[in-house]
Design a protein around this ligand. Structure first.
Ligand SMILES: *Cc1c(COP(=O)(O)O)cnc(C)c1O
Length: 416
């Protein structure tokens, strides 16, 4: 990366430090991943130069004939992977994809039934701090006493509130979802259905989790979490909603699409169609299961009773620390997780009771069951020694030693 360094050493050096941080640590934030070198290349390609407002074959700018090929490839591959009738690959990220989907399906004041944030929902599903919460009437359901998604309760709430849209899909929920039953509930009251599969899209693409796309009205996703593509969003829907969805994205919400990101999405989708990706998704789940067993046996309290996917939500207060203390201690030990609310958390969002961790990024680096056992031990030791910087430094050195066996972007450098 000579050009960055010779012109702008300040940015180059910061990028190099970030690369080193990614290489030397254990990335366990469940929404993060490491894209392939092909995806990185596409993000830095000349397609970033092109304005292409509109859709393939119907653009508002000249010179889009090659960009059309790229965007159409992304659309066709997503349709094939998920069994979608219609796909829009232009949403800039997960949050704008959700806003566009609401705009496509609803009118101001309409009622949406979505999951409470502390029970695993996402901010964009009606949290009072969002703009959407001022436009639509969000009613929030919760997980039940055993910590499971309770579809009988969802049905009762649907009958009571008569929502126009039932919203499924979570950021911190770790169990399988019965989309067919949700569709039956929606049909009973004449509501539409939307799934936000931002976290689990890669697992669904590989056939490792239930797929709502052939069943639901609309499905939104990010492309950068388990799907392992560039930072971005996507909307899939039934043909009857295609026009409304496309109009809501452009010109309703966005201007020119980021075609460099769309090129990178096309490549990521091709990667997701390979047999290696199926194996990757299977290993993500196997690794998460090992963490569930190993951490559970060390006295960590696993929310929702464990995991069926790539993530774990853990109440760490039973180990004598808060979510913030656990996050800070693990950071010092070279393990990156995020503090997270647990259902009906008595504590505050900036210092909640839990941490959330997951296996997609570690699995991309090639780590398997044996490494997960070692990592569970480090997590336990780091939390026990949370106020002992010396002990945390010792763990960090062990972590760094292990990461050397799992090279990340071995030929990349921003400073030479
Ligand atoms: C991550 C996430 C989003 C938001 O995605 P951004 O790309 O950060 O805007 C939306 N919904 C769910 C369920 C998510 O997990």
């Amino acid at each position: 990366m000579k050009n960055i360094h010779s012109f702008d050493p300040e940015v180059a050096e910061a990028l190099e430090l970030e690369l080193t941080r990614q290489r030397n640590g254990l990335e366990m934030i469940p929404s993060e991943n490491f894209v392939s070198e092909a995806v990185l290349e596409a993000l830095g390609s000349v397609s970033t130069n092109k304005y292409a407002e509109g859709y393939p074959g119907k653009r508002y700018y000249g010179g889009c004939q090659y960009i059309d090929i790229v965007e159409q490839l992304a659309i066709d591959r997503a349709k094939e992977i998920f069994g979608a009738e219609h796909v829009n690959v232009q949403p800039l990220s997960g949050a704008p994809a959700n806003i566009a989907a609401y705009e496509a399906l609803l009118n101001q004041g309409d009622t949406i039934l979505g999951m409470d944030l502390s029970h695993g929902g996402h901010l964009t599903h009606g949290h009072p701090v969002t703009q959407s919460s001022k436009i639509y009437n969000f009613i929030r359901y919760k997980t039940n006493e055993e910590g499971k998604l309770d579809l009988d309760n969802l049905r009762a709430m649907a009958l009571e509130h008569n929502p126009k849209l039932i919203l499924i899909g979570y950021s911190a929920y770790s169990r399988e979802i019965d989309f067919e039953r949700v569709q039956e509930i929606a049909d009973e009251i004449g509501a539409m259905t939307m799934a936000d599969i931002a976290h689990i899209a890669g697992l669904i693409a590989a056939g490792e989790m239930n797929n709502p796309v052939p069943i639901f009205d609309v499905v939104t996703t990010t492309t950068h979490k388990t799907l392992r593509g560039p930072r971005g969003g996507m909307i899939m829907c039934k043909k009857k909603h295609a026009k409304a969805v496309d109009r809501a994205v452009f010109p309703g919400l966005q201007g020119g699409p980021h075609e460099n990101v769309i090129a990178a999405k096309a490549i990521a989708f091709k990667e997701a169609m390979q047999p290696e990706f199926k194996e990757y998704a299977r290993q993500i789940k196997a690794n998460a299961k090992v963490l569930e067993l190993e951490l559970g046996s060390r006295g960590f309290k696993l929310m929702f009773g464990g995991t069926d996917n790539h993530l774990l939500l853990i109440d760490v207060t039973s180990k004598g620390v808060t979510g913030h203390e656990a996050e800070t201690a693990l950071d010092k030990a070279g393990i990156t997780v995020n503090k997270n609310m647990i259902p009906d958390d008595p504590r505050k969002p900036l210092d909640p009771s839990g941490i959330r961790l997951g296996t997609p990024a570690l699995t991309t680096r090639g780590m398997k069951e044996a490494e997960m056992k070692q990592i569970a031990d480090w997590i336990d030791r780091a939390i026990i020694s949370h106020d002992d910087d010396g002990k945390l430094g010792e763990i960090k050195a062990e972590v760094e030693e292990m990461t050397k066996d799992f090279p990340l972007y071995p030929n990349l450098s921003y400073i030479e």
